[in-house]
Design a protein around this ligand. Structure first.
Ligand code: THU
Length: 130
């Protein structure tokens, strides 16, 4: 599914960003994961006083989808708190790769209307899989 409403997915990520809990970094992130059956699962980052339990927005969205029985995805939009793109961290790239192949479309946006489009294959070349 390469033909989908990119602006709508970015809007869903921006809406999810409003729920971000980031009292430590103040780096508020939202994500919106599009399944191949056309559903959108949103996520936000959820930080923790102990720091390491922090959940990124992308993994929040993946957990919501997989826990509802959805495992096939076409695209994800990620939106950070700054102008210009925010890209998924390395851990999130690997978690996405567990359920997606290199063709997953990744939209990276921010607070302005500018966004970039890439793929998981570009972001995580020679990815590891058991
Ligand atoms: N963060 C995400 O939610 N997604 C990313 O891919 C980059 C990092 C969050 C984690 C943490 O709450 C904050 O941004 C700063 O690293």
């Amino acid at each position: 599914m390469k033909d989908f409403d990119r602006k709508a997915l970015l809007r869903a990520a921006m809406a999810a960003r409003k729920f971000s809990y980031a009292p430590f970094s103040h780096f508020y992130v939202g994500a919106a994961l599009l399944s191949t059956d056309g559903r959108i699962f949103t996520g936000c980052n959820i930080e923790n006083s102990a720091y390491s339990p922090t959940l990124c927005a992308e993994r929040c969205a993946v957990a919501k989808a997989v826990s509802e029985g959805v495992r096939e995805f076409a695209a994800i939009a990620v939106v950070g708190p700054e102008d210009g793109e925010t890209t998924p961290c390395g851990v999130c790239r690997q978690v996405l790769y567990e359920f997606c192949d290199e063709n997953l479309v990744v939209l990276c946006g921010g607070t302005d209307s500018h966004y970039t489009e890439t793929t998981l294959g570009e972001l995580l070349p020679k990815a590891f899989r058991l």
